[in-house]
Write a protein that binds this ligand. Structure first.
Ligand code: PHE
Length: 379
């Protein structure tokens, strides 16, 4: 059954206000149905367990100074999501291909940084914001269009860095690294880490923290010293601050040995019963490994084709039965026409699929794709 109304922090939101047949809207029903589930607020869920463990770290090390928010509404303005954190007007993340737009001025937040400015204006100087975030993306075992982030933010006043003899920026950068190295140790125990310089519009300098896990460097968070402009606009002219944003699924997949990101959404008791409140790092025991089924489809692409749009079609039809969509062949003929061949793997986490069922799904994907291509609306 299609859900028509949901409640978010006491506010009722009608499906028709979020999903509309309107060129300024690209939110499908599959995404609307995820709004309000708030997996991060379930104490027995791996994401809730992880959130609480991070809370413990901050409560212990900063004597409960960090204010915590975990039910801010994920429907935010373009201004909150982008302008307030200085994302340039031409940045790719603003495109309809990357972000879900409810209308031309309203989006499903693509990061928890969307709440930095309003919380600063309300006078908060130490805060953690946890929430569901939404991004149009390709499909594989570590990418899902809805995932969860935790934002951390800390403001310093001049006396804090002046006493150290350092300038404010160096002081904040050093404090930030110490804080996050401590957090990584709290979560992983003794672990090898490294800092990588990077770019974010809202911080400078900006860093990524990577940890060495199972013979690979894994990016676990982005962070940096907050751009002065953000502080200035929000009543903190004489301060410096740091911010970080970490992806909860990324960390939880490693900590709990969860092999596929779709599992976080499973209601199957064989998944949910394996985790308990306060137990970080219980190793997940796979209850099944049903065989995948691969189906290929090839087509000529138009100029407006994007992989994200194809993935949205596949997700709309097959839901969580789709495990991966990958480009396996890319060919351009003498006339300059390009064809793509995509391989779609179908696999259920919970049961084996019949040939008939998969053939029906694949047929619907082909039909929907063909219809969209000829309409030239989505592609
Ligand atoms: N918002 C960034 C992201 O989603 C993460 C981040 C947050 C980086 C805060 C720096 C400071 O990727």
């Amino acid at each position: 059954p299609v859900i028509s109304v949901l409640e978010l922090g006491g506010v009722k939101i009608a499906r028709d206000d979020v999903v509309r047949d309107d060129p300024t809207n690209n939110v499908p029903d599959t995404i609307f149905s995820k709004l309000g589930l708030q997996l991060h607020r379930r104490d027995q869920h791996p994401l809730g367990i992880l959130k609480n463990t991070i809370y413990d770290y901050f409560d212990t090390n900063y004597s409960n100074k960090f204010d915590k928010f975990d039910e801010l509404c994920p429907i935010v303005s373009v201004k909150q999501n982008f302008d307030d954190v200085l994302v340039p007007a031409d940045h790719v993340s603003r495109s309809y291909n990357d972000t879900y737009y409810v209308d031309s001025q309203t989006v499903l937040r693509c990061h928890t940084s969307a709440h930095q400015a309003e919380l600063l204006r309300k006078g908060h100087t130490h805060f953690l914001v946890t929430g569901d975030v939404y991004r149009r993306d390709s499909i594989d075992s570590t990418h899902y269009p809805v995932f969860h982030q935790m934002e951390g933010f800390r403001v310093f006043s001049p006396d804090e860095w002046e006493a150290s003899g350092m300038d404010g920026t160096s002081f904040a950068a050093e404090d930030l690294k110490k804080c996050l190295e401590g957090l990584a140790t709290h979560l992983f125990g003794a672990v090898e880490m490294r800092w990588v310089d990077t770019y974010f519009p809202f911080t400078n300098p900006s860093f990524e923290l990577e940890i060495y896990f199972k013979e690979k460097w894994l990016e676990v968070l982005g962070c940096g010293v907050t751009e002065q402009e953000i502080l200035k606009r929000n009543g903190k002219l004489n301060n410096v601050a740091w911010a970080f944003g970490l992806g909860l699924e990324r960390l939880a997949m490693v900590l709990f040995d969860i092999p596929d990101i779709r599992l976080f959404w499973s209601d199957d008791e064989r998944f949910t019963s394996q985790f308990s409140k306060g137990q970080l790092g219980t190793k997940f025991k796979p209850f099944s490994r049903y065989p995948p089924c691969y189906k290929d489809m090839s087509f000529w692409i138009s100029e407006s084709f994007t992989e994200n749009n194809l993935c949205e079609v596949v997700r709309g039809i097959a839901g969580d039965l789709v495990e991966e969509v990958s480009l396996i062949d890319n060919f351009t003929n003498k006339k300059g026409m390009t064809s793509h061949c995509y391989r779609i793997s179908y696999r259920s986490m919970e049961r084996s699929l019949t040939d008939e069922e998969i053939n029906d799904l694949q047929m619907s994907v082909r039909e929907q794709h063909a219809a969209n291509s000829s309409l030239r609306r989505l592609y």
